[in-house]
Design a protein around this ligand. Structure first.
Ligand SMILES: Cc1ncc(COP(=O)(O)O)c(C=O)c1O
Length: 384
């Protein structure tokens, strides 16, 4: 019998030690043991977020955190810029509109990245007058593109804007120097490179962001970050509402694994293995959606499905072979398939995925050179 192996852009494979930890006997969230656990996890998260600022944990999906980042720092009528490079940037902008913010979309063709120059140009135009904040998706999971946050951070600092980043598919996979690059708010979720089952989401919050928070009047109750900070700062740290205790047991293990490997090594592994897949896909004769290496995501790769081939036939062949990948979303539906490579995976997972992908395309009468693909992939793994 085939088991399912997740090579999707989330949720991702969960290491056995993380799963085992979640099976531990439950503790009550108002007991001292829980306070210790929360304190420990919060410190470990600061390492992964690369911040000295606050890190807050909520039970919730990544989309909840996107909403939380809107309602905690702005008021209805505030003018804000959203970088829209695909489905997730688009979703975040829609959330802001629902809460009455005045949204300016800094858009680009799907498969391309929004740049600091684009932002600078917008901010110095008539349309950019009165902007208070900039929202950017670090890694656009729908296309496999990532953005240069460091440069965008400089523009935000120059114009004194709040800088908010969706790192749902990048934190712990792609370098994100929160404090160093002047990112005021980072949001992410547990089910991707953090190697933990779905159900937790996270916020990092800078001092500047807390100043915005004090002025922000968007309605909020569950996502009240100031309330969460108060509870966290109690002698025995707590959450305002019932936390996902068992997921936190698992997360604690996952964070230890990240710490043991070291963040730099974690980023290097993601980059090298993504290169292994990208070069292998090309050598097989298939096409990558993102050709520019400078913006090619180390955590998600999109492969173009040639005209006449049903993308769903590729994903279902993969599924029947035990490997789950994803199709395209919105305007890329039917045009690409997406492989996620985040968190708990290694070179053999890439090689296995590449082989099965090649077979899936062959099954659809697409000419694919499996041997060339695998040879190239291992060459890249061995020699970079
Ligand atoms: C970049 C990005 N943002 C937000 C989300 C939404 O997360 P969730 O599905 O947990 O709501 C995702 C999910 O894939 C994502 O990749």
């Amino acid at each position: 019998m085939k088991t399912s192996f997740l090579m999707t852009p989330g949720p991702t494979q969960v290491p056995p030690r993380v799963s085992l930890a979640t099976a531990q006997e439950i503790i009550h969230h108002r007991q001292p043991e829980f306070g210790e656990l929360l304190r420990e996890i919060t410190e470990k998260l600061k390492y992964v977020f690369q911040t000295q600022g606050d890190v807050l944990i909520f039970p919730g999906a990544g989309t909840g955190a996107l909403e939380g980042a809107v309602v905690n720092f702005f008021s209805p009528g505030d003018k804000v810029v959203f970088g829209v490079m695909g489905e997730f940037g688009s979703r975040w902008a829609k959330i802001a509109e629902i809460f009455g913010l005045q949204v300016v979309r800094l858009g680009t063709e799907w498969g391309k990245a929004v740049t600091a120059q684009d932002l600078e140009l917008l901010l110095t135009s008539e349309e950019g007058k009165g902007v208070k904040g900039v929202f950017i998706t670090h890694n656009e999971t729908s296309t496999g593109v990532y953005t240069n946050l460091e440069e965008i951070g400089k523009v935000c600092q120059k114009h004194k804007l709040l800088f908010l980043v969706d790192a749902v598919s990048s934190l712990a996979a792609i370098d994100l120097q929160t404090d160093q690059w002047g990112v005021d708010v980072v949001v992410t979720a547990s089910q991707k490179a953090l190697m933990t089952p779905p159900g937790l989401c996270f916020f990092s919050v800078s001092e500047k962001a807390w100043a915005f928070n004090r002025e922000a009047t968007c309605p909020r109750y569950y996502w009240d970050l100031a309330q969460a900070k108060k509870y966290l700062e109690r002698k025995m740290p707590q959450n305002p509402y019932t936390p996902a205790v068992t997921l936190l047991f698992g997360l604690n293990q996952a964070l230890d694994m990240i710490q043991r490997e070291g963040l730099e090594q974690v980023f290097a592994r993601h980059l090298r293995l993504s290169q292994m897949l990208r070069r292998g896909v090309e050598a097989m004769g298939l096409e990558l959606l993102v050709k520019d290496e400078a913006i090619a995501s180390p955590s998600v790769t999109a492969i173009v499905v040639p005209p006449g081939v049903e993308a769903s036939n590729i994903t279902s062949f993969m599924r029947q072979s035990g490997i789950i990948i994803a199709g395209g979303q919105a305007e890329l539906k039917g045009k690409i398939v997406r492989v996620g490579h985040m968190g708990y995976f290694d070179a053999y997972d890439i090689a296995n995925t590449l082989t099965t992908l090649g077979r899936a395309f062959q099954e659809q009468n697409v000419s694919v050179d499996l041997g060339q693909g695998l040879q190239k992939a291992w060459e890249v793994y061995n020699h970079g």
